[in-house]
Design a protein around this ligand. Structure first.
Ligand code: DNO
Length: 357
């Protein structure tokens, strides 16, 4: 297991590399070129500039989150082959810098979706919250709320340039059924797998967040059956998962430790996030401590440990604590606490099993 921390880049993150360096155990920075639009090639000089910044602190750059997939690829539009060729070129360029895992998603229109980004928790902190009844309203209201609340930060998946055309985006996806979306995902992966082999880069899909259809848009990676379908549809060791415990774990029906046990060898990247369920499908993000939420954080870590997981892991969203001003879900303090919790469980398991990693 290699511990990592997501960082949004110089001038684009409230957290500095110097601060991350002081969190015990972090070897890798999970990064991206956040000003690239989906479909654009990531140029060598641009990647090299990030490498120089990370080198100063001795961090690896093995995981990119995300190289976003253009809507034409998701919808099977006329220009998809051009954008797939650009994606391949980006992978080739990333491989020159030792990138091993590319996280991406195949969610239509919206990436992760929440109705409150600063929901008060009983301890006085705030966290991301999802209220199911609010999702029945006009999607543009929610998009406006997110964009206004996150002003000053680029939120991947919530690019104002894209969301300015929300109506057109919904039109674009209207004719795309769930089965067509599966077909388009398969086509995309089959086209890029040979390059992944050539470059030794694993593609690691992020589950849909939340794991159910929203605003009438189909969502694919929602439960264990969908994960199984996805992995067997393109049965290739380079076709992998980013197993996000909080995304799949937002559904009470999903048993995350079981999914980890079953598919451990195809998980390239683990996101550890805890979630508390409320009646009716509402949920709140909470601290990483097992008993604060419902996903079974200790059993999840044990499943990775006992499964011999040697991929990359990161704490996912944290609460906003100690008055920190930060990007929603991505402050320093609670994610650092999360790392110490994850490492505490992991190191204990190692010791108990007589390992010395
Ligand atoms: C949310 C993240 C997601 C994830 C993308 C991957 O905080 O986990 O936005 O990065 O879905 O493409």
């Amino acid at each position: 297991m290699k511990m990592s921390f997501r960082w949004y880049g110089e001038g684009n993150d409230s957290v500095s590399l110097a601060q991350i360096k002081q969190i015990p155990g972090v070897e890798e920075i999970v990064w991206a070129l956040h000003d690239k639009q989906p479909g654009e090639v990531w140029e060598i000089s641009e990647i090299e500039a990030v490498k120089k910044q990370l080198d100063k602190y001795g961090f690896g750059m093995s995981v990119v989150e995300s190289v976003n997939v253009h809507d034409d690829i998701k919808t099977g539009g006329g220009n998809r082959d051009k954008y797939i060729e650009n994606y391949r070129q980006t992978l080739r360029n990333l491989a020159k810098f030792g990138v091993k895992v590319v996280c991406y998603n195949f969610m239509p229109v919206f990436d992760w979706t929440r109705t409150d980004l600063f929901h008060p928790l009983p301890d006085g902190s705030t966290a991301l919250f999802y209220e199911k009844s609010k999702i029945k309203q006009d999607p543009s209201e929610m998009a406006d709320y997110i964009l206004n609340t996150t002003k000053g930060y680029t939120m991947p998946g919530w690019e104002p340039e894209r969301l300015a055309h929300l109506k057109e985006l919904f039109e674009l996806y209207k004719p795309v059924s769930k089965e067509q979306l599966w077909d388009n995902l398969k086509y995309f992966l089959e086209q890029i797998m040979p390059v992944c082999h050539e470059c030794d880069i694993k593609m690691a899909i992020h589950p849909d967040d939340p794991p159910w259809d929203i605003f009438g848009l189909p969502r694919l990676i929602t439960d264990e059956a969908a994960v199984g379908r996805f992995l067997s549809m393109v049965d290739d060791p380079y076709n992998c998962l980013t197993l996000c415990s909080g995304s799949l774990g937002a559904s009470e029906a999903n048993n995350i430790p079981e999914i980890v046990k079953k598919y451990c060898s195809r998980i390239a990247f683990a996101h550890i996030r805890n979630v508390k369920h409320y009646p009716g499908g509402d949920f709140s993000e909470v601290s990483h401590r097992d008993c604060d939420g419902d996903v079974g954080i200790i059993d999840i870590i044990r499943a990775y440990h006992d499964g011999g997981f040697d991929g990359y892991i990161r704490p996912d969203h944290g609460r906003h604590i100690w008055d920190e001003k930060c990007r929603p879900g991505y402050g320093l303090y609670d994610r650092a606490l999360g790392i110490m919790y994850i490492l505490g469980v992991w190191d204990t398991l190692e010791k108990l099993s007589g390992g010395n990693k």
